[in-house]
Design a protein around this ligand. Structure first.
Ligand code: PEP
Ligand code: MG
Length: 581
């Protein structure tokens, strides 16, 4: 019998393949039933892991005995005692046979029960054994799963990766040739892992909460990232049905692709610019092939994934490559936005309690001028080769912006003195992604050439909802009236002041929000390639007037669900065949 799991669509598409459980730094406890004839094999797995764990502990013991002392090595005696405890050992074997469950699950369950009973005992010595027991449990489970402990860069066959969570760097490093798709327990649609999946066009579902406990290594999976569903060990009929569905989708996509040749304007002739978001320069081909008219957001921090930091020269080469490729179209390069869920090898030392509210983005750059200045110089130098715009992320006050600009001007002077060419009139703008910047938008008009609205963060900070949390994902809704009011304020004030305005949060790349954004006054949308065709089709099928009418009606409603329903009513009537998810 197949099982079905639901989750949040991070990147659209449908794939069918074998599950590969990726543990990263996490311990994953799969839970599944076994049949009578698998019992013996399961107990053998347990025996092997027991033997391996004993070996490991003995090796640690002798290493400590030589490097430190015999007394210190004796600490591990109690670990061995736990491992050799006949009661525990017997109980694990019996439970595997009786309950017909996998060894990891049985072992973990028995350990948790034991820990629970020890917790209630008033004996310090026994209580201290809790740490030994959980350490041993971890080791045993680790060894049970050792068979497939590889890095995602070393995959040798096509798989669907299943993980508790993936970091943006795990995703960036994936061997795209072999990763058909991925499913995680944690994460939300605007986590950077999800953004990366869209950028690489890898179908993905995040926030499933249970994938790692219900899916085993080697299971056959249908990853349906169109409806947000995963089918584990599907029947032949289900596979046939999905294969057919996949072909239909491909055909639809090919038909939509013809739209590239057509201009991007509304029925009433208002030009709407479609730009691309990129994370790594390699994505520029996909973006141009989808018909984008430039780059509205180049997330430069992804160049910093490696342990060795890219120097000015390396960055210059990377920026120049993209800038020349799109010339004369614009390329908006955003300075480092490190922090939040983008913690890299070299920032691990800055562990913070509230990373999204901490030393992130421009705050990090202003504190680390040794990284900021070379980046500014690299961007400035690239500006001599095409149409570059420079953007600062997460600006929350004018002081911060002025400080960043003064450093930029110093670097301009430095280049000038050295006779190195750059665009003296380089447009300088900011992300509007913190409520304080949105509220003070009139003030920022005095100091900026352009704005780009980052709804991923604007929604998170306005609603106080962590953008990567699967638990409160239901609260993360860009249609909350507070967000709509801010978006309208930003558009109204920027348009009155003739400040170029674009929007580059994930909202801009979701077809269901296109009419809303046009009605609010946005004319430049920057997005991943995933839905560019659909969005262009919507643009070409509407008038600005009807978008404005829709927005006026929606903004009379108080409740987010009413707003969503009213918006979907309009869309479903107007586009009965376009899929909105
Ligand atoms: C945003 O916050 O909307 C944005 C585009 O930036 P990032 O997702 O990189 O934080
Ligand atoms: Mg942001």
């Amino acid at each position: 019998m197949s099982k079905s799991i639901e989750g949040v669509i991070a990147s659209p598409g449908i794939v069918i393949g074998k599950a590969y459980i990726y543990r990263g730094d996490n311990i994953i406890i799969p839970k599944y039933n076994i049949t009578d004839d698998q019992i013996e094999k399961e107990i053998k797995r347990y025996d092997e892991s027991l033997a391996k764990t004993k070996e490991e502990i003995k090796a640690i013991q002798s290493q400590i005995a030589t490097s430190l002392s015999n007394d210190m090595a004796d600490i591990f005696k109690s670990h061995l005692m736990v491992l050799e405890d006949p009661y525990l050992d017997q109980k694990v074997r019996e439970t595997i046979s009786k309950e017909k469950r996998n060894a990891e699950w049985v072992l973990n369950d028995i350990t948790l029960q034991l820990i629970q009973s020890l917790k209630s005992i008033e004996d310090e010595y026994l209580r201290e054994r809790i740490i030994d027991i959980s350490d041993i449990n971890k080791r045993l489970i680790n060894n049970l799963q050792k068979t497939h402990d590889e890095s995602l860069a070393d995959l040798k066959e096509e798989v669907i990766v299943i993980a508790t969570d993936l970091t943006p760097s795990d995703t960036a490093m994936m061997n795209k040739k072999y990763v058909l798709g991925f499913i995680t327990d944690r994460g939300g649609r605007t986590s950077h892992t999800a953004i990366m999946a869209r950028a690489l066009e890898i179908p993905a579902i995040v926030g499933s909460q249970v994938a790692t406990s219900l899916i085993k290594h080697g299971d056959i999976i249908i990853l349906d990232a169109i409806h947000g569903k995963v089918i584990v060990n599907p029947s032949r009929d289900e596979i046939n049905e999905y294969e057919k569905y996949r072909e239909d989708l491909k055909q639809l996509e090919d038909e939509l692709a013809a739209i590239i040749e057509l201009p991007s304007h509304t029925i009433d002739n208002e030009t709407i610019y479609i730009y691309g978001n990129i994370e790594i320069p390699d994505e520029m081909n996909i973006i141009r092939d989808h018909g984008a008219q430039g780059i509205g957001l180049f997330r430069s921090e992804f160049l910093f994934l490696d342990k060795s930091l890219p120097d000015e020269e390396k960055q210059f080469e990377e920026y120049k490559k993209v800038v020349e490729f799109f010339n004369p179209h614009p390329v908006t390069i955003r300075t480092l936005d490190i922090g939040g869920d983008k913690i890299y090898a070299f920032t691990k030392q800055y562990k913070e309690r509230n990373p999204f509210l901490g030393c992130r983005a421009i705050r990090f750059s202003l504190e680390n001028e040794f990284l900021f200045r070379p980046q500014l110089r690299a961007i400035l130098r690239a500006s001599a080769f095409g149409n570059v715009k420079l953007m600062f992320p997460m600006i929350s006050s004018v002081e911060e912006l002025l400080k960043a600009k003064s450093i930029l001007y110093e670097e301009m002077e430095n280049l000038q003195k050295l006779g190195i060419p750059f665009n003296q009139n380089l447009p300088v703008g900011i992300m509007i992604e913190v409520p304080s910047a949105a509220i003070n938008i009139d003030i920022f008009c005095k100091y900026c050439d352009f704005f780009s609205v980052g709804t991923n963060d604007l929604v998170q900070y306005t609603l106080a909802v962590d953008r990567i949390s699967e638990k409160i994902a239901y609260l993360y809704n860009p249609l909350n009236l507070a967000v709509l009011r801010l978006l309208k304020l930003i558009a109204d004030v920027s348009n009155q002041n003739n400040i170029s305005l674009s929007i580059c949060g994930e909202m801009a790349g979701e077809p269901k929000y296109t009419m809303l954004l046009l009605g609010l006054g946005y004319r430049q949308l920057s997005m991943s390639s995933a839905f560019m065709y659909q969005i262009k089709r919507i643009i070409r099928s509407v008038t600005i007037e009807e978008c404005k009418d829709m927005v006026n009606n929606l903004m009379q409603l108080d409740n987010t669900y009413d707003i969503e329903n009213a918006m979907m009513d309009v869309l479903n009537k107007k586009f009965p065949n376009l899929f909105f998810k």
